[in-house]
Design a protein around this ligand. Sequence first.
Ligand SMILES: [Zn+2]
Length: 397
Amino acid sequence: MLITRHLEEPCPKCGVSGKYGNVNVGRNILNRGCNNCREWMRHPLPDIRKKVIYLDQFFLSHAFRDQEQPFIDAANRIKDMASRQLVVCPYSSVHTDETHLWRHEQQEDLYKFIKQTARGYQFNEAYEIKQEQMYRAFDAFRSETDIIHPIEECDAFREDIHRWDDYFWINIRPFLGDLEAMRQGKAAAIEGLVDLFPEWRKLTTSFEEDVNMEARGYGKSLLDQYLKMVVNVGTGSLNSYMEAPIDTMYVESLLHCDSSTMEIDDRLKRIGEFFSSPHFTNIPNVRISCGIFAVLRKMVKNGAYTNLANARRKLAGLFYDSECISVFGPYSDAIFIDRVMKQWCEDPEAMLLEPHDTKVYSVAGWDDFHSYLDSLEENYTDDIREALNLFYPGVYA
Ligand SMILES: [Zn+2]
């Protein structure tokens, strides 16, 4: 057997030293073994409940550069707390995309650092989480039941994150789309957004009206993209399915509901109605991302971003920020994000993450972030401390 951590003490069975130690951890059981007598011992570890902290790309890339003290301090503290099983900072498809869009020789080193900080834990892909939330809302819409949007941890994680870490984690190769197309798509999206600003300035809509307009626009774009793909497939372009943006899958999957009892036109019509309903607007990720864009509309109406070239530069990361906050925020106990995005999330009319009890931190409040981490030390109970001594012998004595 492979002993990952040798113990100084001799094997309790055969008395031989130097061949006895920790092998692995699985389902909160620490397995110890001896390579002399082949004895195998199991030590149950206490149940734990970790806090999930989402660290955005900005935080992680600064921590990786290892130059600015506040980032170094916070990152070291998080690393220590993660190894003491108090917190977990899973990485996401947004980290994967943003890292690989970064044209830099240290790209792979940064990605490795991100995965190490996460200790191998990762969120499900953004589209998987969005799809789960959308199914649930569509079910409620179809059955005309109340709009309940629970945040289920199993939507966001394939594995139990509240377990003791193992000594090894599997390094999963990322799924990467067409990076050049993603770069162009990102630039085009910002371009298209900023082009709307002159029209937005004329609007006299309220915040809630803007949220609803954003949600209607999103629903319409999902349907349009799907219909466009169908037309392309119909004209014999068989690659259309392969090339279709992942967003077309949402409509495709909703169309499967009741396919044996309803005609396709009726099913499509029903999806259109769903996209204009409160069931859709109140899907957690839709509500939050539309809220972010409604705050932006409000700022534009109030005279911000008049210089469009500057706006394009300042808002370059907006779609990724919006995705990480709206998709992963609700499953996190705390998120560390861009200073401006924190202000938007906490806009009094928006309070975007309040329904999910997610705490929001940024570089504008290092002390607040450290106070939050202080508060988590309460969870470092004596039984965890003792178990950690078995888990990492001699490290936290
Ligand atoms: Zn032995």
